[in-house]
Design a protein around this ligand. Structure first.
Ligand code: FAD
Length: 752
């Protein structure tokens, strides 16, 4: 007998990809809790490992060596990844609020969002100083600073404010990097580094021995240390200290004591005097038991400690253990952090000082030791084990949280119409959808009739298309946007105007509130796209499916004699493609944990770009034939156009615009599962002629989701057309080939 699928009954949401959550994710990924939908929300796709930051700044590590790819880790852990920044939280409704997307719900929440150097109280600091955190903001500023100062006709003057371990390491790392850069360029410039501290000592939380060593090292390197000098004001050109010292600087870098985001306290969570979330020994909020916190953002009432990555790392396993216990409604296990810890503080030049309690030691070997520890740590998150090593999930599923109106039945799942999601969940999801209002949709979502009533104005033809596919990304809101944009592509390719859409949604087996949430998120995403396209979401149908899936019937309106069809290419036309290629292979690579997170983010961007403006621009520049490039790849869709037009084409492989990472994936032998099928078209259309071994050749067969429009443009309009497309945001629009005669030696396709 077929076992019923495991229903989704609880939502565990991790906010922030800090040092504790990476351990929580991996442990939950290796041993999942059945029925729990795990979501990671993070502002950054690649999260920095604090131990390697100074080495990254000094140039000893590459970006990828010093960052953990959260997207990849989430895929490994079967966790949903939402790339966004939380700006608020409603602990009563249990909702997370974002800047640019609708809220999401949680049953259990964990926060590991770190801290930023506190600059609020110093006039000008937020405006003119560069905070070292978030690192994603600091790195481009650091890059720009390096480029800017090498053009100076004088020695660059750089102030670092804050002389804890982070500030001292950063000062020495920046100095080392700039000196090397100037030497390589043959410039006679020397960075003048100034380090400011409010206290009389640098490294106030470290041993006197370690302080003495760094006093010596800073003096040897010519760093001017301003002790007892709290900064009172930062200006465009420098800073002023409370004791009246003023100085001009080319950059002021802020590395002072950590401060917390204000939304944590504003949300009503109990926080300490500095705004950090107060937690008990189980890392559970003292005010809201469904909320956990770890790392810099948390303040453990019973065991206050300084803000350091080492504590965040150590809190990972107990946090995971206590979250797991909470999911099973078991009491937490208290965790006591160590009082002493070993600090390995680098001096920029592959040399370091080790400090613990009253003991300290220094040398190149200390750096090598630190490097070994740091790399070993990163290996755990970068070399992910074989997926098959995951422990098989127990059959028992945690309880549905209180308040769910419709716990899922353990019986075998019904088929037919009984597989629809329940009326309560459906109505709940639809409540938040406000479709684009149109006069020519007489009965839509609001009417609750059995079918939508759509008017086709006199003289207009109805243009219809349907698309449906399983989720390419696991964030339902994002997937909704992609699926809607993909479906609209067919209508825009015809040069028609979309009028209305009917949705078909597949929802995995889940408790009623979870089904409602999934459907709401998908439809909100889709509707956001339909609002821009002035399209009414008029109705739809749902069904329980093994995985999230979504599709649409799109109805468009067009003047019958004024549509762009596949036939209509003419000899000499330039073939213009409006977007880069490679979504198929990149998502295939993501499934194999072989894609970098930033490649996928960069591939998602064009998938969300509507084809509306491109369609108008292509028509304005004389396009007579157009199609959207989707599942059959560029060649498959081009051949359809050539056959309909009685033409041939020469493709310029050098001109094909690849998405970042796509060619690298082909070179590593990764292809979409549709690739072999799509390649058959080449054999037919190129009359048995061999293709090319180059990876760009594989781009021709790569299936696209929400791909670009492909159109034939008269050569005389080509430059203007490309300029207009780029101006409208289609940055990778390109001429990819030329249309030839129909009887071109019997070959539909040749390579330039
Ligand atoms: C230059 C420098 C060097 C340092 N070196 C060391 C060292 O060698 N050893 C050490 O122990 N400590 C070091 N520290 C301190 C250390 O960086 C922090 O203590 C540590 O990073 C805190 O880790 P965390 O896990 O709490 O948060 P973080 O590592 O800061 O991670 C926070 C995560 O949350 C995400 N995030 C933040 N806000 C939001 C939001 N609103 N919504 C969604 N996501 C969000 C971020 O993108 C990030 O992924 C150093 C600090 C500096 C500045």
């Amino acid at each position: 007998m077929e076992l019923p699928p495991t229903p989704i009954v609880q939502d565990l949401v991790l906010v922030g990809g800090g040092h504790s959550h990476i351990a929580v994710l991996k442990r939950l990924g290796m041993k999942p809790v059945p029925g729990v939908q795990l979501t990671l929300v993070c502002r950054d796709v690649h999260t920095p490992y604090s131990g390697m930051l100074p080495g990254l700044i000094a140039g000893h590590y590459s970006y990828d060596e010093a960052h953990i790819d959260l997207r990849k880790l989430a895929v490994f852990c079967s966790a949903r990844f939402i790339h966004d920044e939380v700006v608020n939280l409603d602990p009563v409704r249990k909702e997370l609020v974002f800047k640019d997307r609708p809220p999401i719900r949680y049953d259990l929440l964990s926060l590991n969002t770190g801290s930023t150097p506190g600059a609020r109280d110093v006039p000008g600091a937020e405006r003119f100083a560069v905070p070292v955190k978030p690192i994603a903001g600091f790195l481009p500023r650091w890059q720009a600073l390096q480029e800017r100062v090498e053009l100076l006709g004088e020695d660059p003057r750089i102030a670092v404010v804050g002389a804890g371990a982070g500030g001292v390491e950063l000062t020495l790392a920046m100095q080392y990097r700039l000196r090397n850069r100037f030497a390589a360029l043959g410039k006679r410039l020397a960075p003048l580094m100034h380090l400011f501290t409010a206290s009389e000592e640098i490294l106030p939380t470290h041993s006197p021995g370690a302080r003495k060593r760094f006093d010596r090292i800073l003096a040897e390197r010519g760093v001017e240390v301003h002790r007892g000098s709290p900064v009172a004001e930062v200006t465009e050109n420098g800073l002023r200290t409370e004791n009246g010292w003023t100085g001009e600087f080319h950059e002021v870098v802020w590395v002072t004591n950590a401060s917390a985001a204000s939304w944590l306290g504003d949300a009503g969570l109990a926080t300490n005097d500095w705004g950090f979330v107060r937690v008990d020994e189980c890392l559970q909020s003292v005010s809201h038991p469904c909320v956990y916190a770890a790392g810099d953002v948390a303040a453990v009432d019973a065991h206050p400690r300084e803000k350091a990555g080492v504590f965040a790392v150590r809190q990972g396993p107990p946090l995971e253990n206590n979250i797991r216990r909470a999911l099973w409604s078991k009491p937490g296990t208290p965790f006591r952090p160590q009082t002493q810890f070993l600090s390995l503080i680098s001096t920029g030049d592959q040399y370091a000082v080790a400090s613990r309690s009253g003991w300290s030691v220094e040398g190149e070997w200390v750096w090598k030791w630190k490097d070994w520890i740091d790399r070993r740590f990163m290996d755990k998150y970068q070399d992910l084990p074989d997926m098959t090593a995951k422990a098989s999930a127990a059959q028992e599923v945690p309880a549905v949280p209180k308040g769910d109106p419709d716990p899922p039945s353990k019986d075998m799942r019904c088929k037919g119409c009984a597989s629809k999601i329940g009326a309560t969940a459906l109505l709940g999801a639809l409540e938040s959808i406000e479709p684009f209002w149109r006069e020519d949709v007489s009965a839509g979502l609001d009417s609750r009739d059995d079918a939508a009533i759509l008017d086709v104005p006199p003289g207009k033809a109805l243009v219809q298309s349907v698309d449906f596919f399983p989720a390419i990304v696991d964030d339902p809101y994002l997937f909704g946007r992609i699926a809607a944009n993909h479906a609209l592509g067919d209508i825009f390719a015809m040069g028609a105007a979309p009028q209305s859409a009917l949705a078909i949604a597949g929802i995995p087996f889940a408790a009623s509130r979870k089904s409602e949430d999934l459907l709401r998120q998908m439809l909100l995403g889709a509707n956001a796209m339909f609002l821009t396209a002035e399209t009414n979401l008029a109705g739809g149908h749902t069904s329980e499916c093994p995985e999230l899936a979504l599709g649409f019937v799109i109805n468009g309106l067009a003047d019958k004699d004024d549509v762009m069809r596949k036939g209509g290419l003419r000899e000499g036309d330039a073939l213009v493609l409006t977007k880069a290629l490679g979504t198929g292979v990149l998502f295939a690579a993501e499934m194999r944990l072989a894609a970098r997170g930033r490649w996928i983010e960069a591939a998602i961007e064009p998938m969300l770009q509507p084809a509306q403006a491109a369609s108008r621009i292509l028509r304005d520049h004389g396009a007579r034939a157009c199609t959207d490039v989707t599942g059959f790849g560029l060649v498959g869709h081009l051949v359809e156009m050539l056959e309909a037009s009685g033409a041939s084409a020469e493709i310029d492989l050098n001109a094909l615009p690849p998405l970042e990472g796509a060619l690298e994936c082909f070179e590593r032998g990764i292809f979409s599962s549709l690739d072999p099928e799509n390649r058959r078209i080449w054999d037919r259309a190129a009359n048995g002629h061999e293709g090319s071994a180059r990876s760009a050749f594989a781009l021709l067969f790569d299936p696209q989701t929400a791909g670009g429009l492909l159109a034939g443009i008269p050569q005389r309009n080509l430059e203007d057309c490309l300029a207009a497309l780029r101006q409208a945001g289609y940055a990778r629009a390109a001429k990819v080939g030329t249309v030839g005669r129909g009887d071109h030696g019997g070959n539909l396709l040749t390579l330039a």
